[in-house]
Every structure is written in structure tokens, then in C-alpha cells.
Design a protein around this ligand. Structure first.
Ligand SMILES: [Ca+2]
Ligand SMILES: [Ca+2]
Ligand SMILES: [Ca+2]
Length: 358
């Protein structure tokens, strides 16, 4: 299938016109070309039918979360993919006592060597059932799990910086203010006793930033989704519904001292990852089947974009999160269509794509 991307010459001349306006709303200066055409990294079995997010462990294995929303005959699971792309089960996601399901999404290893992940129960029960779960890791192996925070609506992405963890919550579902979402921050020392119980409706003191998704062509009110720290230590996020990218400058206690919108060029933002070698943040654009790139100066470009695809050949099929492993960008394809996305159907190809940077 021929990828659809914006002709380079057209967007380049257009963007030069508005180059003087920092972070101005001009069309994407896309440079997508076949050099960055994704290929198939791995076809996943049916028990990994909705791959979501990835983290690298201390031995260089990819740990992949699979909430399995597309085919709930299979419970949520975390997989391990080694350097030779051999796959095995890492840990079955513990189920919620009420929903009887485990739904692992964003994940990252903490400074204690344990693995922390967002347990997204929102698609099973919208009544504050989502959690932050810690998988205890000993000698590189998972040995148990425990809930450390309870009471999110839709816990989504997870990022550590120092001793603090940051978790996005994509929906507040406030009756009088639709489209609100936020980011919570916790110090690792808070995870020593019983789980932290969040106050509902965005009223908890751990909330450090809130956002409001504006009306958009997909009529999607989903808010803060992916998270990444940039090379200057600032926290970046974007809304799934309207694609607005925001950036937070934090103090030593994880409080926001400055919050700013940095781009309105995108229409959908899912997971994101920073490449510290270049300061470029790679963003999964679920709507457009694209990988977008945010530079440190706020400029946004398109690395790759393709039309609807089942993903079997490695093309993007509702990409939801990228991970950098060496010179590869590994991309999980969620393939769970929402209204207005290019992805029109869940299909039987559950895939990870890869884009080679060099
Ligand atoms: Ca996500
Ligand atoms: Ca697919
Ligand atoms: Ca599909």
C-alpha cells in the first residue's frame, strides 16, 4: 500500500512563511520518506491481541504490556522480547477483584529496579478502578506484584524521574467540565504501606497538572496520554482527543512551576518516548497511523505516515507507543479502532513494527 504523506516541497515552503512565529500553527513540515518505512518486528499470538506499551529491562529485553481489550477471552499479560526478538511470557497481569481483569498499559522500571505499570480498568469499569501496580523484580525476574496507587479513571502512561513517578489519567469525566484530564506525581517513599487511595474527580493533592481537550473533528474528549521527559528535564504530554502538546517545568518536589502549550499541529497524541541522543521525542499518532517527531525547539515533523493497514507487512495499524532500542524505534500497534481514526477494523494481525533510524 502506498503511504500517504505530505509532499515535502509544499510543506517546506509553507512553513518557511511562518518560521518567524515560534510554535506557530502551520502545517507539518513532513519529511516522511521510504528510508523510515516501518517493517514487521514481530507478529504476536492471539493472547497478545492488543499490544500497548514497552520498557527495556536491565538486560536489554523489551517488556511489552498487552491489556487484550480486543479479545477479552485472553487476560492481560506482560511479555518479554529478548535481543533476538524471541518472545516469552514475562508476567500474567494481576486481575482486579471487581472486574476480574488485568489491563497493563504504560510501564517503566523504577529506581528500585521494580517494574511499575498503569492498570487501565476504564474499559471494564469507569468508576475509579484503575491502578498503578508494582511488579517486584529479583535478579532480573518478576517474583510478585502489589497495588501501590488505586483510584484512577484511566491510568495510561508512566514515567520516572529520580525518586518520583508520573502517571497520566486520560479521563476525569466531570459532568460540568467534559474533556478534563491530568497527571499525578508520587514519591517512591509513599509506596511503603497500603496503596495510596486517590480522591476522585481531580481533587487529589497528587495531581500536578490538568488539561482540557478542546472540541475536535473526532468528537473525542480523551486527554493526557503519553508522557516523556525531554533533554532539559521537562515533562511533555499530549491529549489523545485533540493532539495538543503541553510541557511542564517541574521543581525538585515534582510540582509544576510552568505549564505551556507547545504545539497544536497534531490531531492525536498517544504514547511518546524521548531519544536522549538527539533530544527528539517520538510520538505515536493513533489517528493518522503516524510517528511524529517533537524537537527540543518545539518544531513537529512527521517521520512516517501510512494509510489503513492490517499491519501484517509492518505498516502502522493504530500505533500507540514507541520505544527506542539502539537505532530502532519499536512501535506497538493497538489496533482497537475508535471513531475517526484511519484504522477501520480490528484484524487478526497483532504486530510490533520497527523503524530503523540509521
Ligand atoms: Ca497510551
Ligand atoms: Ca493489526
Ligand atoms: Ca487494523
Amino acid at each position: 500500500m502506498r503511504p500517504s504523506f505530505i509532499p515535502h516541497a509544499i510543506t517546506r515552503s509553507f512553513c518557511l512563511c511562518c518560521a518567524a512565529l515560534a510554535f506557530a500553527d502551520c502545517s507539518l513540515s513532513a519529511v516522511a520518506d521510504d528510508a523510515f518505512r516501518p517493517s514487521l518486528l514481530l507478529s504476536l499470538p492471539d493472547y497478545a491481541n492488543t499490544p500497548d506499551a514497552m520498557a527495556l529491562d536491565s538486560q536489554g529485553n523489551v517488556i511489552l504490556s498487552c491489556p487484550n481489550f480486543n479479545d477479552t477471552t485472553y487476560s492481560g499479560v506482560l511479555l518479554k522480547i529478548d535481543r533476538d526478538n524471541r518472545m516469552s511470557i514475562y508476567f500474567p497481569a494481576p486481575v482486579h477483584p471487581d472486574t476480574k481483569r488485568g489491563a497493563p498499559m504504560g510501564l517503566e522500571f523504577g529506581p528500585d529496579g521494580n517494574l511499575y505499570y498503569a492498570d487501565n480498568q476504564y474499559f471494564s469499569d469507569k468508576n475509579y478502578k484503575s491502578r498503578l501496580i508494582r511488579i517486584l523484580v529479583k535478579d532480573g525476574q518478576p517474583v510478585g506484584s502489589e497495588v501501590v496507587v488505586d483510584g484512577f479513571k484511566l491510568s495510561n502512561a508512566v514515567r520516572w524521574k529520580g525518586q518520583r513517578i508520573y502517571v497520566s489519567d486520560t479521563f476525569f469525566d466531570l459532568a460540568d467540565s467534559p474533556g478534563e484530564s491530568g497527571i499525578y506525581s508520587f514519591h517512591i517513599d509513599e509506596f511503603k504501606g497500603k496503596p495510596v487511595m486517590l480522591q476522585p474527580e481531580g481533587r487529589d493533592s497528587h495531581l500536578i497538572a490538568r488539561f482540557k481537550t478542546i472540541p475536535n473533528h473526532r468528537k473525542d474528549v480523551a486527554g493526557s496520554d503519553g508522557l516523556a521527559f525531554d533533554n532539559e528535564g521537562r515533562l511533555v504530554t499530549g491529549n489523545f482527543g485533540d493532539g495538543v502538546l503541553s510541557r511542564m517545568t517541574l521543581d525538585d518536589n515534582g510540582k509544576v512551576v510552568k505549564q505551556e502549550v507547545i504545539s497544536r499541529k497534531l490531531s492525536c497524541v498517544d504514547g511518546m518516548v524521548n531519544d536522549p541522543r538527539t533530544g527528539r521525542i517520538y510520538i505515536a499518532d493513533s489517528e493518522k497511523n503516524a510517528i511524529q517527531v517533537l524537537a527540543l525547539d518545539g518544531n513537529v515533523t512527521t517521520l512516517w505516515e501510512n494509510d489503513d493497514s492490517d499491519g501484517a507487512e509492518g505498516l502502522l495499524d493504530q500505533p500507540c507507543e514507541p520505544l527506542i532500542r539502539g537505532n530502532d524505534i519499536i512501535i506497538a500497534n493497538f489496533d482497537m479502532p475508535f471513531p475517526g481514526l484511519k484504522n477501520k477494523a480490528y484484524d487478526k494481525h497483532h504486530t510490533l513494527s520497527v523503524i530503523r533510524l540509521k
